[in-house]
Design a protein. Structure first.
Length: 190
């Protein structure tokens, strides 16, 4: 009896996990989105507030966003460092009020964030499908590197060999075929 779920069961589990993740994210008092290089956060507030009423503090490892005299909407530790000089915030008017828009520039521009704050619910970064236009913005070499890293990350999470490990295994298999007289029973890869 296999402990692996069937494709149908896996689809159901994935759908349940996605629904739970979406519910957790929807419950947050802010919306957020990311590319491999940066993170954008939107905090809706009442239209009566002006820039001088806001308390926004962006540091390399922490973020606080709120209205002066009220408990902050966002206050905590970032999971990864950001470039403070390249990170900004603005206040914009919407049809229903105003938004505090925060743009954070990641220091490591080769990783996905599972959450904005370490205290917030995580998303499953292995399910992120980068927009082709964003990957397409990268030069060929960088794009190839990002795609390889994403593939390797997914392989590791599934307990499967990374592309480099697979290459070594393929070379060994080829060598075994070319040298059937050799005994490879004690070969250890690593």
């Amino acid at each position: 009896m296999s402990s692996e779920p069937s494709p149908e069961e896996q689809k159901k589990l994935d759908a349940e996990a996605k629904a739970k993740e979406q519910a957790e994210q929807a419950a947050l008092p802010y919306k957020w989105d990311q590319t491999i290089k940066d993170l954008d956060i939107t905090v809706p507030i009442e239209s009566k507030f002006k820039g001088k009423d806001l308390d926004v503090k962006i540091t390399r490892n922490t973020l606080r966003v709120g209205i002066k005299g009220q408990s902050p909407v966002i206050d905590g530790e970032l999971p990864h460092p950001i470039r403070v000089d390249d990170s900004t915030w603005t206040l914009s008017t919407t049809a229903t009020g105003k938004d505090i828009e925060i743009h954070l520039d990641k220091v490591n521009q080769m990783e996905w964030w599972a959450h904005v704050l370490t205290s917030a619910p995580k998303i499953d970064t292995s399910k992120i499908q980068p927009e082709n236009s964003k990957l397409g913005d990268l030069d060929g070499e960088t794009r190839g590197m990002v795609e390889k890293m994403m593939f390797d990350q997914r392989q590791k999470e599934m307990g499967k060999p990374t592309s480099d490990e697979q290459k070594k295994l393929d070379i060994l298999e080829q060598f075994k075929v070319q040298h059937p007289e050799m005994d490879f029973s004690n070969v250890k890869m690593g």
